[in-house]
Design a protein around this ligand. Structure first.
Ligand SMILES: Nc1ncnc2c1ncn2[C@@H]1O[C@H](COP(=O)(O)OP(=O)(O)OP(=O)(O)O)[C@@H](O)[C@H]1O
Length: 206
């Protein structure tokens, strides 16, 4: 199914951030969101993932198809690496955990409590979770934070495999992942603050 976003306006903390956002993502395709710090990439991904409502506009083809990986890994620290993956596989009704462990070189760490992993290992576990969800549309916010070069390669391979199986991915990142992907710079969609009315201006200095 195609994700289609049209004329979307979004806010963070009550302040409009982006407006008029339009994008489309077909099965088998990836789209990378670009733009400077603070432009609204996280806010847009959260809105498409259904974690916050838009101010206006339309999102079609998202919902239950989405697996979202944000800045927080969502890892349960007292469960082992394998138990974390099994937990998510059960929650999502998804697949086997062995390929996910393999894809992120986590097999040797499978019995380790997740709370005792390094930052990069935790991130690998958070990304491995996507593989057991069975969800078609991955929405990923800065997925490569804390990853070394080898792990970035594992992630890029995992995304390629996902796209090859007919999945799709919407990714906010500042780095080049070496993927065949479209890119959307959000800068032109920056919300223009409404000009102060004369009364407001006077009140501000009252
Ligand atoms: N909890 C919050 N309350 C109010 N405003 C916020 C909050 N979180 C972020 N913002 C503001 O919302 C705007 C959009 O933030 P957002 O995190 O979506 O940007 P981003 O493009 O993902 O940035 P980065 O590249 O730094 O991750 C920024 O101006 C930011 O300062």
């Amino acid at each position: 199914m195609r994700l289609e976003v049209s004329d979307l306006a979004i806010a963070r903390g009550g302040i409009p951030v982006l407006e008029g956002v339009a994008l489309a993502l077909d099965p088998g395709a990836a789209l990378v969101l670009r733009g400077p710090n603070g432009i609204g990439k996280t806010t847009l991904l959260r809105t498409i993932a259904g974690l916050q409502p838009p101010l206006a506009g339309r999102i079609a083809g998202g919902g239950e198809r989405i697996a979202y990986a944000g800045h927080a890994d969502g890892i349960k620290p007292t469960l082992t690496v394998a138990e974390n993956l099994s937990f998510w596989a059960r929650v999502f009704g998804g697949g086997a955990i062995a390929p996910a462990l393999d894809a992120y070189a986590l097999s040797d760490l499978a019995a380790r409590p997740a709370g005792a992993l390094s930052a990069g290992q935790k991130r690998r576990l958070g990304l491995a979770r996507l593989l057991v969800t069975g969800r078609e549309l991955w929405i990923l916010d800065e997925p490569t934070v804390s990853l070394d070069t080898a792990a970035v390669g594992m992630f890029a391979d995992a995304v390629r495999g996902h796209l090859g199986r007919g999945g799709s991915a919407l990714i906010a990142t500042h780095i080049d992942l070496g993927l065949e992907a479209g890119a959307l710079d959000l800068t032109p969609f920056r919300a223009v603050p409404a000009p102060l009315a004369a009364d407001d201006f006077d009140r501000a200095f009252a």
